[in-house]
Design a protein around this ligand. Structure first.
Ligand SMILES: *Cc1c(COP(=O)(O)O)cnc(C)c1O
Length: 461
């Protein structure tokens, strides 16, 4: 039997060869789920296997079903690039086997989180005293921030939700924009706030909340209020008018939370920061590391202005856990889990790798590629750019038809020069393009423009 270390070397060699290839090669269409199930299907192993065989078998079986999400022409959903430097740091996080649960179990992981958290606040220009929990992604970041919101607004109404739960609590009103992300409703569901009992605030044609409607909705609320805004609508990239919403929320005593999974990163790019003006006045912010910061999955940040409220909602105490070390930041006090991956290493590594300038350049470049692609294709015959490109997300519709649009999306995926998906917007199918990878340049955008044109020609016949 070969030793375990050899398996690590094999894994590294395969990973490096894959990433070198994906950066330049044409994208091959990924084998589908059914094919992959077949490739992996086997009876439960009764005996252990040689470590190298396990890894070799994994690579052989999985490779046909690996979607080229790290390639330069991947425009699906909003997905970052699992940047090689972030991957390298993440390998070490796994190899070191650190449980980022507390300062004693993982001194380096705890310290790197503290330093990366401070860097994030500076980069994103948010209140420097805010606390950050390192979570799996924006879904859980929304959950954590809204747990803090629930705690604060109920506490102000004389209710201790951590001790007494939601039964008998004063009803909490939740205001949310009409074009909010689905995951926010999941967070509301987990928190006993209900996905359906929210009050919806009208939005404009790009999905931005209307401040006038927000003000009216706030005025109609009687008890504790949580208002949920958004930076970066997934179809349009639009950001809510925070400079107008925040003072209204504050005057009404409402907690203002922002889902800024990718849009919060506009704050890191001087040329885009006007889009998120006033966002720093909110009470909490959810964002991702694995989107615009390009860390590998999973990595998100739950940011709360008042650290004590954040801790009250999340801290875990048990006799066998070390007591909080005075003023030191306990990494588990800001997240729902106790044992978890040391996400600070990849975050720290990506901020060091790109620096403030590199992150600004990346955001600006992705936005420029989106504007170039959307503008160019939108002028083509039979192609409509649905909304002006503001950030990095945009929508196209072909032949003003659902069928034609879906056919072009399928054709682009089949031709496999680029990957782009579809979405429903205001009842109509669109091609939804997301530019959020460090690997994507204007030249890759041009190649993709030609691929989309080719697919549209085929569909038109
Ligand atoms: C991606 C996204 C989420 C969910 O984030 P995950 O990282 O997938 O958990 C939430 N809100 C918005 C606006 C997003 O783009």
């Amino acid at each position: 039997m070969q030793d375990e270390w050899t398996a690590l070397e094999h894994a590294a060699a395969h990973a490096i060869a894959y990433r070198r290839g994906v950066a330049t090669a044409e994208i091959t269409p990924a084998a589908d789920y059914a094919t992959m199930l077949e490739a992996f299907a086997a009876p439960l192993p009764e005996e252990g296997d040689d470590p190298v065989s396990v890894i070799e078998h994994l690579v052989e079986a999985a490779t046909p079903g690996i979607r080229a999400a790290t390639g330069p022409r991947f425009f699906g959903w909003v997905i970052g690039n699992s940047h090689p430097t972030g991957v390298a740091a993440d390998w070490l996080a796994s190899a070191w086997g650190q449980n980022a649960g507390n300062l004693i179990a993982a001194p380096a992981a705890s310290a790197v989180e503290k330093v990366a958290a401070d860097w994030l606040l500076e980069l994103l220009d948010l209140p420097r005293q805010a606390s950050i929990g390192f979570v799996t992604g924006a879904t859980v970041a929304n959950f954590v921030c809204l747990a803090a919101a629930r705690s604060a607004v109920l506490r102000r109404a004389g209710w201790d939700v951590e001790a007494d739960g939601m039964f008998g609590a004063p009803p909490v009103e939740v205001l949310i924009g009409a074009d909010a992300h689905a995951t926010v409703f999941s967070a509301l569901k987990y928190l006993g706030l209900g996905a359906r009992r929210v009050k919806t605030v009208e939005s404009d044609a790009s999905g931005r909340m209307l401040a006038g409607d927000f003000e009216r909705a706030l005025r109609a609320c009687a008890g504790p209020v949580i208002a949920i805004a958004q930076a970066g609508q997934i179809n349009t990239g639009a950001c809510d008018p925070f400079a107008e919403l925040a003072p209204l929320a504050r005057a009404a005593g409402a907690w203002l939370h922002v889902d800024g999974a990718f849009g919060l990163w506009a704050q890191a790019a001087p040329g885009r920061a006007h889009l998120t003006r006033g966002i720093e006045q909110a009470d909490s912010w959810a964002t991702d590391g694995h989107k615009w910061l390009q860390t590998p999955y999973d990595c998100g940040f739950a940011i709360v202005r008042d650290a004590e409220t954040h801790r009250r909602a999340m801290a875990i105490s048990a006799s066998y856990l070390p007591p909080a070390q005075g003023a030191e930041r306990e990494p588990s006090a800001y997240v729902p889990e106790l044992s978890r991956r040391a996400r600070g290493f990849a975050t720290w590594a990506m901020i060091r790798r790109l620096g403030r300038d590199g992150i600004a350049e990346l955001v600006e470049r992705n936005c420029a590629v989106a504007a170039h692609m959307g503008g160019t294709l939108g002028r083509d015959d039979g192609v409509a750019l649905i909304r002006p490109v503001e950030l990095n997300q945009f929508m196209l519709r072909f032949g003003d038809s659902d069928d034609a649009t879906l056919a072009v999306v399928r054709q682009v995926q089949e031709d496999a020069v680029a990957f782009i998906g579809a979405a429903l917007w205001r009842g109509q199918w669109v091609m939804r393009v997301s530019v959020s990878s460090a690997a994507t340049t204007i030249a890759e955008g041009d190649t993709t423009i030609e691929a989309v044109r080719g697919a549209w020609r085929k569909v038109r016949g």
